[in-house]
Design a protein around this ligand. Structure first.
Ligand code: GDP
Ligand code: K
Ligand code: MG
Length: 278
């Protein structure tokens, strides 16, 4: 049984180190189609499972603001790996979680690799792994990729998630707040009776990404003949939301995501202030 697993995360969180630790010398380097961005693919076996791992370019957001984001988002949303390992920098958790939350919204099965745990310890940062895992609703595995620590645990958790297909797919829904939620409810209700804009992408997430102006979702809506109706909902119901918030919807979405992320961080991270360097 073959599975495909993607490695995603911010730049410099240790994705390639983790990729190397997972796959050893069993890897292949090429380019993404049409561009000169490096594409690394490798394999590892665990028990009776064989897992193909794809190392994606580092990104901060799941949009199309750069070629790296386009490549990573396209692979994650269109090729739909069986699971994604989100690599987080444990010494800078809050920033890493912004992408993790966007990945949660895609409904892709996830495992969070909490990397750089040595750096976190040096900075006096303690992370309550169980708490973080329960707040996000996904397995969290501490790692130090550079020293190959936590790799076997990570493989085990990944295989467990891949085999656990009887559980319903991730039904994470970010609390967008009383102003934005009714707008997304309307768009979601409209989309729910239509074929999925992007196969596998939850209707609510499609609504959020449409509101953000995500080019892949806009293009899919256009192709499906749904763009003008979605825009009509946005202009009918979005204007009053913007007026009551005092800023635009795109900013509101980003602000709510960061609000969720900082709440999760506050509940799961403690800092020993005596070790604080600056
Ligand atoms: P990528 O950009 O996400 O692919 O990250 P890399 O794997 O290239 O790692 C970036 C830098 O962080 C390199 O210098 C790695 O040796 C280092 N690194 C990776 N994992 C760890 C870790 O767990 N702890 C520490 N201290 N350094 C790490
Ligand atoms: K790097
Ligand atoms: Mg890399």
């Amino acid at each position: 049984m073959g599975y495909t697993v993607a490695l995603t995360g911010n730049p410099n969180t240790g994705k390639t180190s983790l990729f190397n630790a997972l796959t050893g010398s069993n890897q292949h380097v090429g380019n993404w189609p049409g561009v000169t961005v490096e594409r690394k693919e490798g394999r590892f076996r665990i028990g009776d499972g064989e897992v193909k791992v794809v190392d994606l370019p580092g990104i901060y957001s799941l949009g199309a603001a750069s070629l790296d984001e386009e490549i990573a988002a396209d692979f994650l949303l269109r090729s739909r790996p069986d699971l994604a390992i989100v690599v987080a920098d444990g010494s800078n958790l809050e920033r890493s979680l912004y992408l993790a939350v966007q990945m949660l919204e895609t409904g892709t099965p996830l495992v969070l690799a909490l990397n750089m745990m040595d750096m976190a310890a040096e900075k006096g940062i303690t992370i309550d792994v169980e708490k973080l895992s329960s707040l996000l609703g996904i397995p969290v595995v501490p790692t130090v990729a550079r020293r190959k620590e936590g790799i076997e645990d990570l493989k085990k958790r990944v295989l467990q998630e891949l085999k656990n297909r009887t559980a319903p797919l991730n039904s994470f829904s970010l609390p967008y707040g009383e102003r934005l939620a009714p707008l997304f409810d309307s768009m979601e209700a409209f989309l729910s009776s239509k074929p999925e804009l992007i196969p596998g992408l939850p209707a609510r997430t499609a609504a959020v990404k449409f509101t953000e102006g995500d080019p892949a979702v806009l293009a899919s809506a256009e192709a499906a003949g749904l763009r003008s109706e979605l825009e009509a909902i946005l202009s009918r119901e979005g204007a009053s939301v913007e007026a009551s918030l005092g800023y635009d919807l795109q900013t509101a979405v980003i602000e709510r995501r960061w609000g969720f992320v900082s709440g999760v961080t506050a509940e799961s991270v403690t800092r020993d202030l005596s070790l604080k360097t600056r």
